[in-house]
Design a protein around this ligand. Structure first.
Ligand SMILES: Nc1ncnc2c1ncn2[C@@H]1O[C@H](COP(=O)(O)OP(=O)(O)O)[C@@H](O)[C@H]1O
Ligand SMILES: [Mg+2]
Length: 233
């Protein structure tokens, strides 16, 4: 672990999380996670189903509190066990992009409106970002779909839109949770290449949860989540 968090996009120290389960017992999912993600770098996380990968991303994204631990998001130090407060939602929209396995596009909104969602949430000017949104859709190869609603798009196209949405705010970090998990092999490989290239072009760091060993090798650093701990491999 480095002394300074200056060149780090994200650092987690001693993150632990357990869940109460039926019968009153406790399921210890994460037990003192130590993680570092340098600026403009990429890290893959593998691990068996149920090992806690999604839980870890949720803690990093401040979608739920940890039992204990600290996060450094760039220069900002966060007590991870505090409940995320409402002000953090705006901060989150500005600094973190999230890509999910099931895309989570808003069905009633057009592709373009979906991509501009975090701009709206961060109270930035939609007009200032519309060229950037179109540029990202272009890079993702789906600019011709900008006025469509998600139901008209294939799975691969929806995930391309979700990646453009995650990047539009120029976040420091993208957290991607099995982003190709719902796609066939060829589409998955295309989408993964776009995600890796786009993050690299934009100098956005990437945390990539994936089951695919080839994708895990494509990131600068690799890790495995096992027995509640993260091992760099
Ligand atoms: N809200 C919750 N309440 C109780 N148990 C949970 C909750 N969320 C996750 N779990 C449990 O924590 C473990 C890790 O889940 P998860 O982080 O989704 O794993 P992964 O993403 O690696 O498949 C699983 O055993 C899961 O059932
Ligand atoms: Mg998961």
């Amino acid at each position: 672990m480095s002394e300074s968090s200056e060149a780090m996009a994200l650092r987690a120290i001693g993150l632990s999380k357990s869940f109460s389960i039926i019968g009153g017992s406790k399921l210890d999912v994460l037990e003192g996670i130590e993680m570092e993600l340098k600026e403009a770098s990429s890290l893959s996380i593998r691990g068996e189903s149920g090992s806690g990968k999604t839980t870890l991303l949720n803690l990093l994204a401040r979608l739920e509190p940890a039992d204990c631990g600290t996060l450094h998001w760039g220069g900002k130090k966060i007590n991870a066990s505090e409940n995320p407060h409402s002000k953090e939602a705006t901060w989150r929209a500005k600094h973190i992009g999230v890509v999910y396995q099931s895309y989570y596009l808003i069905p009633e909104l057009t592709v373009m409106e979906n991509v501009l969602m975090s701009i709206r949430l961060s109270k930035l000017s939609l007009k200032d970002y519309s060229d950037r949104a179109l540029g990202l859709l272009e890079q993702m190869g789906v600019v011709d779909k900008s006025r469509q609603i998600p139901a008209k798009l294939s799975g691969g196209e929806r995930q391309r839109v979700a990646i453009a949405r995650a990047l539009v705010n120029r976040p420091k970090v993208i957290l991607a949770d099995e982003p190709t998990g719902n796609l066939d092999e060829r589409t998955g490989a295309e989408v993964m290449n776009l995600l890796l290239n786009c993050c690299s072009n934009e100098k956005t760091s990437l945390v990539l949860v994936t089951h695919n060993p080839n994708f895990a090798k494509a990131t600068q650093e690799s890790s495995v989540l096992k027995d509640g701990k993260l091992f760099y491999t």
